[in-house]
Structures are given as C-alpha cells and as structure tokens.
Design a protein around this ligand. Sequence first.
Ligand SMILES: [Fe+2]
Ligand SMILES: [Fe+2]
Length: 213
Amino acid sequence: MSFKTLFQAIKEDHEEMYEYHDQYKRAREKGDVEAQTRWINQLRWEIARHAVGEEIVVYPLMEKHLGEKGKKLADHDREEHTRVKEDLYKLEGMQVSSAEFHELLTRMMADLHHHNDDEEIDDLPLLEPVIGETASKEAAQSFKQTKKFVPTRAHPSVPNKPPFETLVGFLAAPIDKLKDAFASFPTAEEKESAEKELETRDHDAAAGRAAGH
Ligand SMILES: [Fe+2]
Ligand SMILES: [Fe+2]
C-alpha cells in the first residue's frame, strides 16, 4: 500500500516525463540516435499510460466532486491530451534523428509541461481538499493500477467491462501504432542515471507560472 496522495503520484509522473525528455536531449547532443530512440520510447510509454490513468481515474473524480467547474477543467484537460496524442501519432511517422521530429517533440513537451502544470496548480489542489486524504490515497492506488493495463509491447485483448471501454478507446489511438516501438527501452544503466536525477528533481509549477512560463 502506497501512502502517496494523488497529487504526489501525478507529480512524480510529470517529473519522470521531464527526466526522460532531458535524457533524450542529452543523447541527441551526443549524436547517439539509438539512445535517443530508447528514451523516446520510454517517454511515449510514460505519457500514454499517465494519460490513460488520468482519463479513467482523475478526470471523472473532478467531474463528480467539483460540479460544473470540474466538468470544465476535465474537458479542457482531455482536449489537451487529444492534442498530445495527435502529436504522438505524427512523431511516429518521423525519423527520430530528423530536425522535424525534434521540433515537434520540443513543441509537444512545452504543451505538455503547461498542461501538467495546470493539473498541479489548478486541478489537484481543488480536488484533494474536497475528497480528503484517504480518498486521495485510494485514488492514487487506482491510478497506478490503471497505468499497469497499458501494454509495453503487445496489443491487449479487448476487455469487455467498464471502465476498460475507455481504455480501449484510448488504446485505439496512439498506442496501437506505437506498439512495435515499445521493443526498445533504456538500459538498466541508463535507468539508474535517470533515477539518481529524479531524487533531486522538484519542479515548482506555481513558481514557474508566476515567472511567466
Ligand atoms: Fe494530463
Ligand atoms: Fe498529468
């Protein structure tokens, strides 16, 4: 049983995305296309499963507990997810080593960073006090469980019960196309260096927003 709150679980994922993106950029500077590809695969997988978890667990909670405001925030978040998914599609059709890939990825990550900050600044600070700490921790567990349903390689068999309909709806989008790309992931050594960096990573979304990012 994890004792993380939903905010902590979501923020932890966001930091992972930034870390993988940084690792990709470093590999690119070194001209190591294979390492770039591995980090991109890791990043795409993390974004995909994170989005699934939020769409199934977090946004419905906002709609349920935050009334009209929650519905609006959730709709806005889903729109932003759709845009990221569309970008993931486009990236899939490009060479990882190309300039256009890097440009689109850079833009997508900027959009995603803004979206993640919205969740950290607006959504979760509104939701958590309303549902309380215990429910937040339970939601964090559900979120983690849901993420496990996103496959690393094979396409899943089609499940037949809710809430999996939503998941399949999502999986029909980028993951289906990405499935073969999931064959190559960072090595244990590369993962270890990322984990070390994660220990000190602590992006302050509110301070960044105040500074105009
Ligand atoms: Fe999100
Ligand atoms: Fe998120």
